[in-house]
Design a protein around this ligand. Structure first.
Ligand code: HEM
Length: 409
């Protein structure tokens, strides 16, 4: 299919674009802001106003199951039955009114009181990870901090016994890897691993739910048991919500931490401003999310034909909503390429918008604020390790982060 007025082929997946997509986003926004990518078979929106409208447009469905299915090739679905049972009912892929019902219950796992009670978990987990590297005077922000931190926090918030947390996280990664990017050369092996992990994850969560039913506490599983019971819902669906929360909360925060450290260390005057005035931390975190959004694209499917920016997007089309591009749109943000920790207003859409607005945004902000304040308090002279070059993630359109980011202190 050829889009009307299409002129240029933009290569979103070129290694240089994945490493630094902002020049490409600018070019796309300026020349073809509602772009059909022949190579990828989807539309790409790069203007803030279009992306914001699309996030609120109920003609665009969040149900991407057809997209997932199309990436499976000839895979025998029999080998992923357990995986499908666990992941087939994610609210992130549902539209209203079903999404509305699911979200109302999930919200009850994130009450303000519960969030406050988890503050010490976040602080202790951050301190424990930094204790391990403090005397080394060097670390990889990714392997030593940003990969383990969010997953360990969520496992603790769930009230998973310490001895089981490592396994739980490993299974979640297997499931998340297949869910996020099923199309690989060794799809059979990845699928089988994800299916086995889905069984083990479900069994462990069921054990915890059974135990917790007789012993409700302030952990998230207890809150969800109460919410499901009050709403007459089957508790068997809780493991599915838990794996969604674990993966949605883990993958994004894992990328945001190194992106934020990189932005601060690359802008020493902004880092100094933050050190001189720690009250700017929350504003700095919003700017980190805007400046280098860890989830630069969200996908939707057009339920009917729609017109965006004068172009007709046919029913059934896949539409990529460019959150990263929108967050750098000069029509919305003054000097968007400048990293300014005092930026105000800062109406970034790094947490999405509309009915699927990030369920964990308050928790994420709390995690990030504790993580960054602890990091710069304990390692005040943190700087890039010039002997080891940083490695940027270069394989995915939907995750923007680092493979490694070496620092010294
Ligand atoms: C910097 C960290 C984070 C970023 C940038 C982020 C970003 C996002 C975005 C863009 C969406 C919208 C998805 C869509 O519309 O399709 C979303 C949804 C979601 N996020 Fe986050 N997130 C973060 C942290 C977290 C955390 C810590 C949790 C939970 C512990 C979490 C749980 C969720 C869930 C469950 C949804 C689905 C909500 C729904 O479908 O109604 N996120 N997030």
């Amino acid at each position: 299919m050829l889009a009307e007025h299409q002129t240029t082929a933009f290569d979103l997946l070129a290694p240089a674009s994945l490493a630094n997509p902002y020049p490409l986003y600018k070019q796309m926004r300026e020349t073809d802001p509602v772009y059909y990518s022949e190579a990828n078979g989807f539309w790409v929106l790069t203007r803030y106003s279009d992306v914001e409208d699309a996030l609120r447009d109920d003609r665009l469905s969040a149900d991407r199951s057809s997209l997932f299915a199309s990436q499976l090739g000839g895979l025998d679905l029999g080998i992923i039955q357990n995986f499908l049972k666990l992941t087939g009912n994610f609210m992130i892929e549902k539209d209203p009114p079903e999404h509305t019902r699911m979200r109302k219950i999930a919200n009850q796992g994130f009450t303000a009181r519960a969030l406050e009670s988890w503050r010490s978990i976040i602080q202790d987990t951050t301190d424990r990870l930094l204790d391990r590297v403090q005397d080394r005077h060097q670390m990889d922000i990714v392997a030593d901090l940003s990969v383990p931190l969010p997953a360990l926090i969520i496992a603790d918030i769930f009230g998973v016994p310490e001895k089981d947390r490592g396994n739980l996280i490993e299974w979640a990664v297997d499931i998340g890897t297949f869910w996020g990017a099923p199309a690989t050369d060794n799809i059979g092996a990845v699928a089988r691993k994800a299916d086995r992990s889905a069984v083990l994850f479900t069994e462990l969560m069921q054990e915890i739910i059974a135990e917790r039913q007789h012993n409700l506490g302030t952990d998230m599983i207890s809150l969800l048991i109460s919410a499901y019971t009050e709403n007459g819902m089957n508790l068997e669906q809780i493991p599915s919500l838990c794996i969604l929360i674990l993966n949605a909360g883990h993958l994004t925060t894992t990328d945001l931490i190194p992106n934020g450290v990189n932005a601060l260390l690359s802008h020493p005057e902004q880092l100094q401003k933050l050190k001189d005035n720690p009250a700017l931390l929350n504003s700095a975190i919003e700017e980190m999310i805007r400046f280098d959004t860890p989830a630069p694209f969200l996908f939707r499917i057009a339920k009917e034909t729609l017109t965006v920016g004068g172009k007709k997007i046919p029913a059934g089309s896949v539409v990529a909503l460019g959150l990263g591009a929108a967050n750098h749109d000069p029509a919305k943000f003054q000097s968007p390429e400048i990293f300014d920790i005092t930026r105000s207003p800062n109406e970034h859409i790094g947490f999405g918008q509309g009915v699927h607005f990030c369920l964990g945004a308050v928790l994420a902000r709390m995690e990030l604020s504790i993580c960054f304040s602890t990091l710069f308090r304990r390692m005040p002279n943190l700087h890039f390790d010039r002997d080891l070059s940083a490695v940027i993630k270069h394989t995915s359109l939907v995750f923007k982060g680092f493979e490694t980011l070496a620092v010294k202190f």
